[in-house]
Write a protein that binds this ligand. Structure first.
Ligand SMILES: *[C@@H]1O[C@H](CO)[C@@H](O)[C@H](O)[C@H]1NC(C)=O
Ligand SMILES: *[C@@H]1O[C@H](CO)[C@@H](O)[C@H](O)[C@H]1NC(C)=O
Ligand SMILES: *[C@@H]1O[C@H](CO)[C@@H](O)[C@H](O)[C@H]1NC(C)=O
Length: 365
């Protein structure tokens, strides 16, 4: 009993800390440009004859190489990004050799159409170690959103076969200011495949815009996918390293007008628990798990309403559709996160949730 209440005390502590430190996001403006059905970077032409939409996407290709040992055009990823001209109009493929890139990287909004391609997510790793309580360049606390090892403000970013890490130590219960993001995506129409995201609290800041994550591995402890993105996670592994209590997704939709939300399809939930699968960061938070396997790690109740005072359990949209595994029953643990009928679930099942028909090729979905 006393250890139970201690656990919930610590958890409440996390929740309060989180509520205090999740600063309002910096939302970049989106350029709703049409992109042809192909996002393959070696396609020679724009295929403009094949469709009726006017082509306004990137023209031409540029390939640059990064090698930490000095065998490429650049030795750091940031140096390669810096070399891309402002207002870039080409597809830029940045090939990053195997190795550890110990640096903080920012892709500014003026540099769209950049792809980071690693040699495999186990061998090409970009990492840094900032925490929310660390001081930034101006002496003020960094806070959660500025801790990310890699931050992307640009639209049409993609990453393949590469990992992003925040190596700050995982917080012990009750520690404040230890949020430490590995990646922050604030640009629109971002695509990730075969990527790894490693951290503890707040690993992946899915901040703003439409995003598609395919076959990615995402590891963390508390709210390890969070923000107000409109995102689909397809065939991903969500791996918890929580020691007392953890939570996977905290979605920050704040009004009924927003089309944001997290749709998990065909994922696997593994690791340690007990774990909440979703938390109501925003009043109108939306999180749906479909065809997802849950290991026996889900906390009683499955979901958390964030603060117990704003009646978020009446305004959120949390649901599951055809999930399975030993933890699946617990995911249906509260009346406000139900098993959905197909009619309600179907829009969370396909890439149309992120308008993917216009920017994700069938082969990439
Ligand atoms: C990029 O575009 C912006 C907005 O159109 C413009 O103000 C800026 O000067 C451009 N930068 C360069 C280097 O051309
Ligand atoms: C990424 O890795 C997978 C698995 O190793 C491989 O099949 C695929 O071709 C790689 N993709 C790229 C773009 O290198
Ligand atoms: C919803 O949350 C309120 C507190 O905000 C709580 O009093 C109520 O019991 C909850 N309802 C359900 C169905 O869990």
């Amino acid at each position: 009993m006393s250890s139970l209440s201690r656990i919930s005390f610590f958890y409440l502590f996390f929740v309060l800390t989180l509520a205090l430190l999740h600063a309002p996001c910096l939302v970049t403006s989106s350029i709703y440009r049409y992109r042809s059905n192909s996002v393959a970077h070696d396609t020679a032409s724009t295929n403009s004859a094949k469709h009726h939409h006017k082509w306004v996407g990137p023209v031409g290709h540029l390939v640059v190489t990064v090698d930490v040992k000095g065998d490429g055009g650049f030795q750091s990823v940031q140096a390669a990004v810096d070399a891309v001209p402002e207002n870039n109009t080409k597809n830029v493929l940045i090939l990053i050799s195997a190795g550890y890139y110990i640096e903080k990287v920012v892709v500014p909004a003026t540099k769209p159409y950049i792809t980071f391609q690693g040699a495999g997510r186990d061998v090409t790793i970009i990492e840094w170690h900032d925490r929310a309580c660390d001081p930034g360049p101006n002496g003020e606390l960094l806070r959660t959103y500025r801790t990310a090892s890699v931050t992307v403000f640009a639209n049409y970013f993609s990453a393949r076969n590469i990992s992003f890490k925040n190596t700050a130590p995982a917080p012990m219960p009750g520690m404040q200011g230890w949020q430490a993001a590995a990646f922050r995506i604030s640009g629109d129409k971002a695509y990730f495949s075969g990527c790894g995201f490693y951290g503890a609290q707040d690993t992946l800041c899915d901040d703003a815009g439409r995003h598609y994550f395919k076959e990615c591995y995402i590891e963390g402890s508390i709210d390890f996918i969070f923000g107000n993105g409109r995102s689909m996670y397809k065939d991903c592994e969500l791996h918890s390293i929580a020691t007392r209590f953890g939570s996977i997704a905290a979605q920050d939709r704040n009004s009924l007008d927003e089309k944001t939300g997290f749709a998990f399809v065909g994922c696997r939930v593994t690791g340690t628990g007990p774990l909440y699968v979703g938390r109501a960061m925003g009043q109108y938070s939306r999180i749906v798990y479909s065809y997802t396997y849950f290991d026996d790690v889900v906390a009683h109740g499955g979901w958390d309403d964030w603060d117990h005072v704003h009646n978020k359990n009446k305004t959120v949209f949390f649901g599951v559709f055809k999930c399975w595994g030993p933890g699946a029953e617990a995911v249906r643990g509260v009346s406000w996160a139900r098993e959905l009928e197909y009619d309600l679930a179907h829009k969370f099942l396909a890439k149309s949730f992120v308008n993917g028909r216009h920017w994700i090729s069938p082969a990439d979905a």
